[in-house]
Structure formats: structure tokens, C-alpha cells
Design a protein around this ligand. Structure first.
Ligand code: BGC
Length: 773
């Protein structure tokens, strides 16, 4: 290393300070941006004491510029390249060669302290400029300790819990050398045929935005004693772990729910439904945004100037990285918008795409494109600056290696397992419980455990299970058996035939049916044309129903399934999603009543595949459904409403809402009060939900939209007054021009324990007209 290089590295090693100047943009952004939900009820958004304030940038521009000035065009393009390692965590031989030549920015899938250190060493010892590598990975819902799938975590309606899951995931991933996760996945999904609904926060942009904030702040909050996440003049903020919101944007709107398919939606739908969670992630200082593999309105997302530049960079003042999805540059040729790697590269540089994931086109064609275009050269410099800034803020120049001796003790700790168990229990949604069949009383009856998920382990981990290991978890059978005494307290059939199941059921008093999808049936590239259960499972449920014995159906899946038959035939029904490493224990806690269910659906559960899309925040139409009137909006062979509505979920206790009061504050904004009472015999958690409908608007608006929620734990017979505040933004709607917001004079405010509200009142901003319903 030369002397000037040494000085440069020393200064980069000091880390980069954040610039308070950007807080001004943040505040302006809040005022002018119509898509942020940050003005809702005070109780709704969790704030961490360490939550970074405002939009951050580095104050070490000069250091980065000096390094940039020493780089060749190949070295710059190398930084803009992130390549994939083997699924088992090893890097590929070419990664080492490229790292030694200084032609690699980083890799993903490559993991473990030993393997990442090995490759890092090659980059630092052999490359000319010794720029550290960035290691990334899809840590979607846990690294080694696997939490419920994101859709399951969304069912907790517990942002603090999600933040904690993110924090633990980040701590484990860091111990294995990972510094950037391709998460959170923030695609609103209204079509359960789309397999990636499993990774999403569900169907609602408000809930999705709260969850986006929770994930990002959680990933950022991995401070340890030696590395505080707070900024002081002598100790600049040091980012421990970087998050990448994906897939920008509207990937969930794929036609027919078929993965990677065309997306063609209005700008209004884009802005009202699909953008808000990303906006929330940007407000939470997300470090990176990954573009979707799909197109949007005829422009592939990876080169979409409107979404990337007009919205993300200009409207939202986002200054972090924009990276492509897997091989998206190559795929521009399949989209038919680029005839060659050179053209694809030029399109990507024109839009300012910072990192190419996998295709290798930047390295392959970047030089040629740069030679011909001054703009491309400028774009390359801008991107490399951003990449180096992220590496510096992660402390990679100062601390490029990971402590190998600390890795194993950091994974699957008792604390992580306890949190995973608690969150899994919170993610289960009790959909039916006739005659209080649940909870079961241990050892009081013989239980037959039937169905394809009775013994499964890997399935419980879900489709993106990172480094989670089935050898480190229990099946439902093992967990249930470990909780009751006597060899025959849990009966299981000797094989998976229907006859064996029925023979076993004969000897039992109660049947648990562990049904659902295998994990390969959901997630990426796992779209289904039908969201019903497989025929054999329906046959099994039917035969059990005919036996007359009470049954509890537990449905494991990565999507809401159309299960009207199961819902009708079983006495109790639990939607269990894919609950993760501690899923079996958590389900045992719920079945035996150690934990009272509190999950609420983050998506509507359709009656049938043909009903898709079915979501609660739909428009009224000119001919809203009227029973008995043929010429209203409906099917002739299916109901309009879902089988189970968004926000629904039962408890072992009962709750009642009463006394909805709305007062106007000094700004003529509503202050809402409602009383929640636990009318049952157990301690329980209820999530009170606040919805708004605007009246007399210049554009059509949804029949209701979630604008706040509060999760309250109440003792038997306890009453609690829940307060919500709504501000202009929560009440307003996006104008015809799609730019400004209009505040309607009157709205209907509804409160409920699901999206089928129980109490409502009209509120008018001039406070003159107010009626009860
Ligand atoms: C997925 C992304 C993922 C990437 C890297 C892609 O196929 O769409 O969600 O982050 O692979 O694993």
C-alpha cells in the first residue's frame, strides 16, 4: 500500500458520519409526500430508542472520491457486480479470481465466518486497491433461527415483535459474515395464486408500511455493547447491517398471479397500493432497494426511469443503492427491449442501476458502453460512490473480517428460540372454535394426529429458510408427544394411507388434522392456478367428518387457501402458515392453551379460486351488491365476500367493543376513543382496528381503509379505553391529478376487530354534522 493509500484507508476506517442536512429533506418529504402513512395514530408505529433519525448520507465524500480516482474503469464496474455463490454457502472458483483482480463488489449466498473471511482475505491481500467485499444473503425471516414466514409474521400485527425478529436475524447473519440482506420483501399481494405472497406483508398498504418500518428498524438495531448505534460527535453512527427493500415495485400485481408475469396497473393503484410500504422503508433509512424481475406498464422494473428516478430518487430523495434482481439485465433481452448485453448494460446505466445481480453484464459490456457515453461514465462514478459509502458505513474498511470463534455461539441461542416460539404462537390465526373445543386439556382425551404435516419438519421452515436446519427442530408429533404422558396420548397411523388414518381415528376422542401445502408449493416460482387443498387431504377430512368425531384442522401454507369444506367440517380451524424453527412447540402451546391465540389475517381468505382477487379495501362500484337485485355487482355462483375477512382472528376469550366517541381537536381532526372489554375468562390479546371511508370525493375511494390498529392485552373482565388519532393524511385521498391530497369534509370512521367493523360514526371536519350508525 502506498503512503497516500494508507492515509486514505485510515480515514475511511474512521467511518463516515451522517449529515443532519438530510433531515430537512425528510421533513419536507413528510409534508409533501402523499403516500406516507406516518401521521397515523401514535400507538401504531413502534419507535426504537436507537432508530436513526432522518435520511443519512456520508460525510466522507472526499475519502471516497480519492479512492474512486485511483480506480480503473474495470475496477469500478467490478464493484457494481454482485455474484451468487453455491446454495450450500461456498463461493465459486471464479469469485476468488475476480476478488484477487479487484473485479468483484461482493457475493451472495456465500456464508459462514470461515468462508466469507477466506474470500475477503483474497480480496484484501491480492487486489490492487484492497477494497473489502460485501457479503449479502436472503435473510427473509431468520438466518439460522427461522421465524414464521413474513406473511405469518404479518399475522401477528406486532411491529415490535417483527423488529425483534429482524434484529435477531441480523445478529445471526452478521456472525456468519453477512452484512446485507435482500429483505424486507414489501410486495403487497392481492392474489394468493402468486407463491411469493408467502414473503409479503399481505394485502394492505397501511399494515405493509408499518411492517416495512418494523423490519428496517429491526435490521438496523443490531448494536452490541462495543458498537452503539447512536451517534455522538466522537463516535459516528456505524451501520451494523444493511437492508434491501424488494421488489420495486408492484411485483405482486403479476397477471393471473403467475410469477414474473406482466404487470399493467394504473398510476393510482401503483401509488395507493404498491408504493406505500417502500416509501415507509425509505423513511426508515433502508440502505438498498431491489428492482422487481417484472415489468410495469411496458417498462421492465430494472430500467424503469419513472419508478426509480421520478419516484424513488426525486420524490422520495432516496440516496441509497438500487440493485437489480437475479439476472435482470440478461432478461432485458427476453423482455424484448435490449438486443444485446451492451444494450442492456446501457439501459441499466442510463437509469442509474448501481448493482447488477448475477448477469455479469456490467463487467462484460460496461467498458464498451462507458467508452461511448460520458453519461454512463458519470453514472458509474455515482454508483461506485454509493457502494463505497455503504461499505464504509458498515465498517468494512475498518473491520472486514468476522470472528470465527464467535459464530456458532451466536446462532440459535436460547433467546432466539424463545422469541421464535413466541412469535410463531402469535402468528397462528384461530379461524373457528365451535363449542370451545380448543384449548385441549392435556391427558384428558386420546388425540389422533393425522395428515401430511404431522411429521414434517422442513415444511415448517417455509420456502426461504436461509440457513435453518430441519435437524435442529421438532415435528408436531414429537412436540405434542413430549407434552403429554402415556404412550397412547397422541395416536399416529403407521402409514399415510386413508385406511390407516381412519383406523387410528377410531381409537381417539379428538382428531387433529395437520393439513396444507408443502413448502415447495409456495414462494418464488411457485404460483398455483388453484388454491384448493389436494384431493387426498379433502378426502381425509371428509372421512373424518363422517366418523362424527370432533376435529381440529391446522392448515400450514404459504398463502391463504380456499378451504370452505375444511372450515365447515372441522370444529376448530387454525391457519398456521409456515411457522419456523419453533413452530411445532408454538402450536403445541396454542393447542394446549398455554398461549391464547391472537393472530389476525393480513390477507382475506377467499371462498374459491374464481373469487380472486378478493380484498377488503375494494371500491364501491356504481352498482354495489344488493341481495335480490340481479343488476348489482356480484357472481351468480359465488358470494362477494371472502370466507374469512382481512383482520379476522379469534381468541380463547371473548372481547367486546363499545362507546365509540369522536372528538375534534383544535385542528378539527378526529380524536377517537373506543372501549375494549375482555368479556371472557382468560387473559387475551385483541387487535382493535381503525378504518376510514371518505364521503363525497372527486375520485372513487375504497369502501374502507385501515388507518390504525392497537394490540391490547386484557385480563378477564378488564376494560380499556383505546385512543386513536388521525391527521389530515390519514383522512385525505389522492386527487385526480395524482399529486395533491384532498381532505374530504366528512368521513365515516369505523372500528372493529376485523375489516368487518362493529362501530362507526360519521365525522365532518367542520364538526357540524355527526351521526351514529
Ligand atoms: C429473487 C430475489 C432474491 C434473489 C437473490 C431472486 O430470484 O427474486 O427475491 O433476493 O433471487 O437470491
Amino acid at each position: 500500500m502506498t503512503l497516500s493509500n494508507m492515509a486514505l484507508f485510515k480515514s475511511l476506517k474512521r467511518g463516515c458520519e451522517y449529515n443532519a442536512f438530510f433531515e430537512v429533506f425528510f421533513i419536507i418529504g413528510l409534508v409533501i409526500c402523499p403516500f406516507s402513512f406516518s401521521l397515523a395514530s401514535a400507538e401504531v408505529r413502534p419507535t426504537s430508542p436507537h432508530e436513526p433519525k432522518g435520511h443519512r448520507t456520508m460525510n466522507c465524500d472526499k475519502d471516497i472520491d480519492r479512492l474512486l480516482n485511483q480506480m480503473t474503469i474495470d475496477e469500478k464496474l467490478g464493484q457494481m457486480q454482485l455474484l451468487d455463490g453455491f446454495e450450500d454457502g461456498r463461493y465459486k472458483p471464479e469469485h476468488r479470481d475476480l476478488a484477487e483482480m479487484g473485479l468483484l463488489g461482493g457475493v451472495f449466498n456465500v456464508r459462514s465466518a470461515r468462508i466469507t473471511n477466506d474470500l475477503q482475505k483474497a480480496a484484501l491481500e491480492k487486489s490492487r486497491l484492497k477494497i473489502p467485499l460485501l457479503f449479502a444473503y436472503d435473510v427473509l425471516h431468520g438466518y439460522r433461527t427461522i421465524f414464521p414466514i413474513p406473511l405469518g409474521l404479518a399475522s401477528t400485527w406486532n411491529p415490535q415483535g417483527i423488529s425483534l425478529a429482524a434484529k435477531i436475524s441480523a445478529q445471526e447473519a452478521r456472525a456468519a459474515g453477512i452484512k446485507l440482506t435482500f429483505a424486507p420483501m414489501l410486495d403487497i399481494a392481492r392474489d394468493p395464486r402468486w407463491g411469493r405472497i408467502a414473503e409479503s406483508p399481505g394485502e394492505d398498504p397501511y399494515l405493509g408500511s408499518v411492517i416495512a418500518n418494523a423490519w428496517v428498524t429491526g435490521f438496523h438495531s443490531t448494536e452490541t455493547k462495543d458498537e452503539p448505534a447512536t451517534t455522538t460527535p466522537d463516535k459516528p453512527y456505524r451501520l451494523q447491517f444493511a437492508a434491501c427493500a424488494k421488489h420495486f415495485v408492484a411485483y405482486g400485481a403479476a397477471e393471473g398471479g403467475r410469477d414474473y408475469n406482466t404487470v399493467d396497473i394504473s398510476d393510482r393503484t401503483l401509488r395507493e397500493i404498491y408504493l406505500p410500504p417502500f416509501r415507509a422503508a425509505v423513511e426508515a433509512n433502508v440502505n438498498c432497494v431491489m428492482t422487481a424481475a417484472s415489468e410495469i406498464n411496458a417498462i421492465p422494473s430494472v430500467i424503469n426511469d419513472y419508478t426509480i428516478n421520478s419516484v424513488l430518487r426525486k420524490e422520495w430523495q432516496y440516496s441509497g443503492l438500487v440493485i437489480s434482481d437475479f439476472n435482470s439485465l440478461f432478461e432485458l433481452q427476453n423482455h424484448g427491449v435490449a438486443a444485446s448485453p451492451q444494450e442492456a448494460t446501457k439501459l441499466a446505466l442510463d437509469v442509474g442501476l448501481d448493482i447488477d445481480l448475477v448477469s455479469g453484464y456490467y463487467l462484460k459490456s460496461g467498458v464498451e458502453v462507458a467508452q461511448k457515453s460520458a453519461n454512463a461514465r458519470l453514472a458509474i462514478d455515482r454508483s461506485v460512490r454509493r457502494i463505497l459509502a455503504l461499505k464504509a458505513s458498515l465498517g468494512l474498511f475498518e473491520n472486514p473480517f468476522t470472528d470465527q470463534s464467535a459464530e456458532s455461539a451466536s446462532l440459535l441461542s436460547p433467546h432466539a428460540k424463545a422469541v421464535a416460539r413466541e412469535l410463531a404462537a402469535q402468528s397462528f390465526v384461530l379461524l373457528k372454535n365451535d363449542r370451545s373445543l380448543l384449548p385441549l386439556v392435556i391427558n384428558s382425551s386420546k388425540i389422533a394426529l393425522l395428515g401430511p404435516h404431522a411429521q414434517s419438519k422442513a415444511d415448517l421452515l417455509g420456502p426461504w429458510s436461509a440457513d435453518g436446519k430441519e435437524s435442529e427442530m421438532r415435528s408436531l408429533e414429537q412436540s405434542l408427544k413430549s407434552r403429554c404422558s402415556g404412550a397412547d396420548c397422541i395416536l399416529t397411523p403407521p402409514d399415510q394411507t386413508l385406511q390407516a388414518a381412519l383406523d387410528t381415528a377410531k381409537h381417539a376422542d379428538i382428531i387433529i388434522l395437520a393439513l396444507g401445502e408443502s413448502r415447495e408449493w409456495s414462494g418464488e416460482a411457485a404460483s398455483r392456478s388453484s388454491i384448493e387443498l389436494p384431493k387426498e387431504q379433502l378426502k381425509l377430512a371428509n372421512a373424518i367428518a363422517n366418523s362424527g368425531k370432533p376435529s381440529i384442522a391446522v392448515v400450514f401454507s404459504g398463502r391463504p387457501l380456499a378451504i370452505p369444506q375444511i372450515a365447515e367440517q372441522s370444529s376448530a380451524l387454525i391457519q398456521a402458515w409456515f411457522p419456523g424453527t419453533m413452530g411445532a412447540e408454538a402450536l403445541t402451546d396454542i393447542l394446549f392453551g398455554d398461549v391464547n391465540p391472537s393472530g389476525k389475517l393480513p390477507v382475506s381468505i377467499p371462498r374459491s379460486t374464481g373469487q380472486i382477487p378478493v380484498y377488503y379495501n375494494h371500491k364501491p362500484t356504481g352498482r354495489p351488491f344488493q341481495s335480490g337485485n340481479r343488476y348489482t355487482s356480484k357472481y351468480i355462483d359465488e358470494k362477494n365476500d371472502p370466507f374469512f375477512p382481512f383482520g379476522f382472528g379469534l381468541s380463547y376469550t371473548t372481547f367486546k367493543l363499545s362507546d365509540l366517541n369522536i372528538r375534534s381537536n383544535s385542528n378539527s381532526l378526529p380524536q377517537i376513543q373506543v372501549t375494549l372489554e375482555n368479556t371472557g375468562k382468560r387473559v387475551g390479546i385483541e387487535t382493535v382496528q381503525l378504518y376510514v371511508r371518505r364521503l363525497n370525493t372527486s375520485v372513487t375511494t375504497p369502501i374502507r381503509e385501515l388507518r390504525g390498529f392497537f394490540r391490547a392485552e386484557l385480563k378477564p373482565l378488564e376494560k380499556r379505553v383505546i385512543n386513536f388519532k388521525l391527521n389530515n393524511e390519514g383522512l385525505s385521498y389522492l386527487n385526480r391529478d395524482l399529486k395533491s391530497l384532498t381532505l374530504p369534509r366528512c368521513v365515516i370512521i369505523e372500528v372493529g376487530r376485523s375489516s368487518v367493523p362493529e362501530l362507526s360514526k360519521e365525522f365532518c371536519t367542520d364538526n357540524r354534522k355527526r351521526q351514529s350508525h
